[in-house]
Design a protein around this ligand. Sequence first.
Ligand code: AMP
Length: 369
Amino acid sequence: MIKLHDLEFKPFIEQSAIEACIERMAHEISMDLSDEVPVFIGILNGSFMFVSDFVKKYPKPCEVTFIKLASYEGLKSTEDIHRLIGLTQDLSGRTVVILEDIIDSGNTLGEVYRIFKNENVKALKIATLFFKPEAYKKDYKLHYVGMEIPNKFIVGYGLDYDGLGRDLPEIYQLKSTQHMTNIVLFGPPGAGKGTQANYLKEKYNLVHISTGDVFRFNIKNETALGMLAKSYMDKGELVPDQVTIDMLNAEVEKNAGANGFIFDGFPRTNAQAEALDNLMNEKDSQIDAMIALEVNDEILVKRLLERGKTSGRKDDADESIIRNRITEYYKKTAVLKEYYAAQNKYYGVDGVGNIDEITERLSKEIDKL
Ligand code: AMP
């Protein structure tokens, strides 16, 4: 993450991906132009890094020059394009390739075409490293496009935010400002995660996602996912990671505008924890804390057998399945304590006592976040 002026940006396109893209463009353009000696014209300021790297990779003789136009003010592309440095040489009869760092609205391109209207060039081609199709409002043909990117503000590799960021060798994307609070409610089966999540989601206006509940809902509705999950759940084993991760991603997507999430029963493996970090990162967010309810095993077994009398859950009814779920927890899930502790995000809370007391203990940790 980097901060430029008042805004935060996150890594978006690595240097190696930019290099590979330019290599491809240089090759493609040189093949098309065959023995022509083109004049490459960079549009300053943004294109200086692209032009420099491009001509180094261009495998044949070429000429390079620049024109200077200004279009951006802060974050918005404006209609008003200023011509600060125009053409300084006669280009009649030449093949000209414009090298743009980015084309979004296409306004700058309009000015480029106005500049070349009376120049009698042999051919005028447009090449851009980045292109935002969602923002493009013009009809000018783009002959060479390096990468299509979503309509988000980017900096780096020549592109700036109010003067800063041009020097960065890779591309960064503006972080959205929506702030979420995301909590992993952790603990062995029977620790009381579901019960507590129901209180906490109201208190903090968070969306509660219990992967166990989502699986049970799918089993009840006899979906393909339910059928798949059932065989594992009935034995007290974990459902395979990829199935669970895909399902969790879909649940998060369904709640795009949420203030934040309480994850209950997820993650249960390292792969799931990493997938969750990636998902949060895509949302410009993060897991703020893992709050764990600590309860000893014999109390867990007693609680689950008690719950089994009314819950209708097959995996609560049989002591050996309950013990298998607890064993699965220690074998695969308990290691996640270290995963979050390494990031200073682990908070242990005593999970024995009455419900209100425990809610109070959990709230104390959440309020500190
Ligand atoms: P729970 O309601 O959280 O006790 O989950 C009940 C069962 O659903 C577990 O024993 C697993 O079979 C399955 N399950 C729930 N969450 C996960 C997960 N994150 N990864 C794999 N299996 C899960």
